[in-house]
Design a protein. Structure first.
Length: 314
């Protein structure tokens, strides 16, 4: 054994193996130094923590046993509920619905008005010289109603004389009638002989409807014809004689004279109705008489005239 070690020493110390021995010695010294320095530095660094010692043990109360039914889910809550509600099993490969995006809410009028009012410079703070508006909104002008259209309304004031004709050589004593209503009976509603129907279309005469047959003579015009005299168109200033046969067969003559027709024009809005200027007593008398000629009269309220419509010749 000693001989073997001695031969090995002689071989190592030989000139050929001397560089190899120097390299092995340097490596050995480096390994020893690294082991010494690395061990001292590791002891001063953070100690190694045992994972098994740091984790707390699982409480036995939180562990849930496997259910008897494999399709029934186990509750993992700590509130004491053992099982979840029974429901339909969900496929885990189906994508969950995405939440809906919230729409941006519109700013309120008050916030917009306050922001605009705050952004508007005040005249006292050196802002613009214009008049500031309250709340930052432009004031709206109140709506004005359109002016109503005015119309021209015409009316007539008629004055006439009517009464019994006097004997020859005596002056007539006729009764005056002024500002007559349309359809006024003459001489009155108890002894009516004719009805004042209104002013003619020319404005220069008046129409009268005869309630009884009479023999007419004078400056009037018979309507609808001279042989069928149901109405008389009397010009202003003219006089008409109307002769009636009484119950005892005696002849009684009346005089009718149109004294004046005065026109009045007024601008009104709207048109003033003239129904109040109609005599209801004369209307009833005309309805009772039922004369064919009265159905051909047309009254125009705005002009306050009566027009007799003649039949057209075929």
């Amino acid at each position: 054994m000693n001989a073997l070690l001695g031969s090995l020493k002689t071989d190592l110390l030989g000139r050929r193996l001397l560089p190899l021995v120097v390299v092995l010695a340097a490596l050995l010294l480096g390994a020893v130094a690294y082991a010494v320095l690395g061990g001292s530095g590791g002891s001063s660094s953070t100690p190694v923590v045992s994972l098994g010692a740091s984790l707390p043990p699982v409480p036995p109360s939180l562990a849930s046993p496997a259910p008897g039914d494999p399709n029934q889910a186990v509750s993992e809550t700590t509130s004491g509920v053992r099982y979840q509600r029974v429901g339909v099993a969900r496929d885990p490969f189906i994508k969950l619905p995405e939440p809906k995006a919230k729409t941006a809410s519109k700013p309120s009028t008050s916030s917009s008005s306050s922001s605009s009012s705050s952004s508007t410079p005040n005249a006292s703070q050196g802002g613009s010289s214009g008049t500031p508006t309250s709340g930052g909104t432009t004031p709206t002008k109140p709506k004005t109603e359109a002016p109503k259209k005015k119309v021209l309304q015409r009316s007539y004031q008629v004055a006439l004389l009517f009464g019994l004709a006097p004997p020859l050589g005596q002056n007539p004593q006729l009764t005056p009638y002024e500002d007559l209503k349309r359809l006024t009976p003459l001489p009155d509603k108890e002894h009516a002989l004719l009805v004042y129907s209104g002013v003619s279309s020319s404005g220069q005469g008046a129409l009268f409807t005869l309630l009884h047959e009479a023999i007419v003579k004078g400056g009037g015009i018979c309507l609808p014809s001279a042989t069928q005299c149901e109405m008389i168109d009397m010009p202003v200033g003219k006089t008409e004689e109307l002769q009636y046969i009484g119950n005892e067969g005696q002849a009684v003559t009346y005089l009718l004279q149109v004294v004046s027709i005065v026109k009045h024009e007024t601008t009104v809005t709207p048109v003033t109705p003239l129904a109040a200027r109609v005599s209801q007593a004369g209307r009833k008398l005309l309805r009772a008489a039922d004369l064919p000629a009265t159905a051909r009269l047309r009254y125009f309220p705005g002009r306050d005239v009566v027009v007799f419509v003649r039949h057209r010749a075929h």
